[in-house]
Each structure stands twice: as structure tokens, then as C-alpha cells.
Write a protein that binds this ligand. Sequence first.
Ligand SMILES: NC(=O)c1ccc[n+]([C@@H]2O[C@H](COP(=O)([O-])OP(=O)(O)OC[C@H]3O[C@@H](n4cnc5c(N)ncnc54)[C@H](O)[C@@H]3O)[C@@H](O)[C@H]2O)c1
Length: 288
Amino acid sequence: MTEQITVVGAGVMGRGIAYVAALAGFKVHVVDVQHRALQSAAKEIASLFQKAIARGQLTPDEAYVVQDRLSYFTDLEKAVNQADFVIEAVPEKAEVKRAVFAALDRHAPEHCVLATNTSTMSPTEIGSYTQRPEAVIAMHFFNPVHKMPLVEIVRGLATADATVARTEAVARKMGKETVTVNDFPGFVTSRLSALIGNEAFYMLQEGVASAEAIDKAVKLGLHFPMGPFELADLVGLDTRLNNLRYLHEKLGEKYRPAPLLEQYVNAGRLGRKTGRGVYDYRGKEQED
Ligand SMILES: NC(=O)c1ccc[n+]([C@@H]2O[C@H](COP(=O)([O-])OP(=O)(O)OC[C@H]3O[C@@H](n4cnc5c(N)ncnc54)[C@H](O)[C@@H]3O)[C@@H](O)[C@H]2O)c1
């Protein structure tokens, strides 16, 4: 039975997962090493509640009750020592995931499931950072979490059936559809999305067309809901670059990150979260 979920990392994904988990009725602890990230997450979650009230999806009283289920921590031990289920959403870097999972292994209760929201990395490998690989699984949410219907579940070599069943049950309680896929770098969705997004950066770099023209062609000609640059700005260019570096290492040359993408990241143009990525969002109201 899962009642209390701890979300580790309050960035783009962690805050979305925390919001959806609280709406689903879970008691949610959100933990981040940066106090600033927690403040910004609390503000963004409050604004999602306001939008839900404005649309008539929640009454102010209901929103108050749901919001009360969320608490914020900078101390991982305090945030996880009562947890039934952890969802990790820290940066896509092996050394960061390793440190977090080693700490989770020390501090989370024995019955706790340790799920990672990794976009690309192997839950088998992440499980090996702990003494309880049977409790480790990938639970891949999509951005924005409250709008995207899918959770891609990836079981590692040692993941127990009970861990899969509990993860599916949590996803369903959050109102999500699931697909369960095999443990392979990038799974289904990130492997395809990284390739398309990277190719778009190569095309922009080669001068094939403007960013606007490439996005328009892909949306109206290929019937994608978003253009590759709109999506990259939403995902975060740093996150996309980390995904590509991992896939390049594991799957080979076709995933080599486009130099233009690396240049944008070096310039601090990380997408919507910094106000500027491929496009400029400064001074514009962010969509929900
Ligand atoms: N951005 C997306 O669209 C997207 C979609 C699906 C999956 N993912 C995956 O989700 C994960 C998180 O991505 P994101 O885009 O939310 O990243 P982000 O950079 O927006 O947020 C990461 C957060 O983790 C915090 N953090 C770093 N080290 C920590 C630690 N040791 N303990 C606690 N918090 C720590 C950072 O302070 C930051 O607030 C990555 O694995 C990424 O691949 C991202």
C-alpha cells in the first residue's frame, strides 16, 4: 500500500510529479539540495492550483486540502524515512543518481519502492547503486506531467514483480496510462525523441531552415503536436544534452550531440526554465 511518496529533485519534472501525486491523494514530500528550487517549485505548484480553480476543476477548498498534502525538505533523510514510494528526478548524470540512490538505500524504509524518472539510464545499473535492486524501477513521466497521459515503466534485471505491480498501481492512481518496456538505453520514447530533436539542431546549424520553419514543418507536415525546438525548450536543453551524451556513449555515433545544442547549453540558454533556449520567453507569460 502506497500512502506517502517522496519526490527527490524539485526541478522541471519533480514539481510536476509532486503536483499530480498530491492531486491523486498521496501525502507528498519534495526534497531538493537547493532551497531556491523548492521555493520555485512551491510557487509553480500554487499557480497550477490557481489555474485548476479558474477552470472549475477544483474548488478553492479542495485545492487547499490537496496543497496541504505537500511538504518541502532540504534533508533527504527526513524526507524519505517514512516513505512508501520514492520517485527520483535529479539531473540525468550517473554520478548524481549514484549518490542519491546510495543515500536512499541508507534512509528509506525496507518496504519502499525506489523509482527513477530517468529518461535514458538503465534501472538495472541504478539498482546496482543499492543493496536492494529488487525495489528499483524506472518510472518515466513526460513533461508537462499533469497533461501527459503516459508513464513508461522499465523493469531492471533484478526488479521484483511486486515492485512492478506497485509502480503500475501508483501510476494508475495518478490517472496515467502505462507501457512496460525492456531495459535498453533510452527505452522507446527518449530514444526516438532524442534522435529527432538532435537532427533538428543539426538542420538549424546547417542553415536548412529557421527554427520556426522547422517547427512548423514538423507540426503541420508530420502531424506532431509540438515542434522539436518547442519541445527541447520545454524539456530543457541541458537535460536533452545529458540524454544525448548517455545515448551516444551507449548506442553510438548517430546520437552524437549537435555542436549547436552544446553551444546553447554553454551559453546558459537552457529553455523555458531560464527564459531563453532556442526561443526567447523573457517577459512572456509561461503557459501551464
Ligand atoms: N525535463 C524533461 O522534460 C524530462 C522528461 C522526462 C524525464 N526527465 C528526467 O527527469 C530527471 C530530472 O530532470 P529535470 O528536467 O526535472 O531536471 P532539472 O534540472 O529541472 O531538476 C533537477 C533538480 O534536482 C535537484 N538536485 C540535484 N542534485 C540533487 C540531490 N542530490 N538531491 C536532491 N535534489 C537534487 C536540482 O537542484 C534540481 O532542482 C532527469 O533524469 C531527466 O532525464 C526529464
